[in-house]
Design a binder for this molecule. Sequence first.
Ligand code: AQP
Length: 332
Amino acid sequence: RPRVLSGIQPTAGSFHLGNYLGAVRQWVALQESHDAFYMVVDLHAITVPQDPKELTANTRLAAAQLLAAGLDPERCTLFVQSHVPEHAQLAWVMNCLTGFGEASRMTQFKDKSARQGADSASVGLFTYPILQVADILLYQANEVPVGEDQRQHVELTRDLATRFNGRFGETFTIPKPYILKETAKIYDLQDPSIKMSKSASTPKGLINLLDEPKATAKKVKSAVTDTDTVVRYDVENKPGVSNLLTIYSTLTGTGIPELEQQYEGKLYGALKTDLAEVVVEFVTPFRERTQQYLDDPETLDSILAKGAEKARAVAAETLSQTYEKVGFLPAK
Ligand code: AQP
């Protein structure tokens, strides 16, 4: 079976609809056909300041949400990044292989550091993509299911893997991004020109899956559309409506042309009211399942411990090959 690897940050507490539709939903599907490794990336989280207690709680919360979304520890390997020390170890080797200019071209760093003020951004935030390179290469992943915003980091991974293999001999599998066109980018409900994001979206533009369903319904109903009235998928001219159709279609499995037909002659209000119901139907059981996992932290921690053990077996093997290729004297 081909292997997949992906991760999600524990930062903000609740996942948002962009995280779910752009990434986690694909993770659930891929555990059926792939040897799947999924992790909560707490090392990535500390690239921006975190409250330690919140970080611990949010790491469990992220794992609980992944299980609630449908990850099955019998069918995939679910773990916490810091439980597998090889991530940081391989990242160092990869840091030393990356050009400063090459790292400076990563657009996510440019965006995030501009928001924080370039001088206060950490060096960790700058090297974040290289840690991601190590995450992927450690597992010899063939595919990396992510949203469009991560494509550049997978490209960097390909470049560095190719460079390492060329310089030291065949070591790493060259991975490919796995990005579904339809849900690659879910947009902010209030500003459909930007992606839905926990750091850039306003509260009204962001759907957090764990929020009160009533508040969520309200946000859907007040989503920005346009001055036209026709429900039609047209990203260029009708980005707001198109975004709503994407969300509707993915959550219900109804094709967009069918939805266009269903809302022919109806106004945006009808679409929004129905979509609000669809979203509430999705988030209500999701919230309940998440809470059930949180209510039993021992079981949750033991799932993560087993996952880390499985992950370490693979990661340790790759790291030891890498160290040998680089020429580190083996420890006796
Ligand atoms: N709007 C989105 N549409 C589609 N996919 C998205 N992803 C994030 N936003 C969207 C995908 O979610 C996965 C987990 O991402 P992450 O843990 O890196 O979260 P993030 O990128 O920190 O999420 P945000 O909200 O985008 O955070 P900020 O604002 O800090 O950048 C990834 O696969 C990502 O592609």
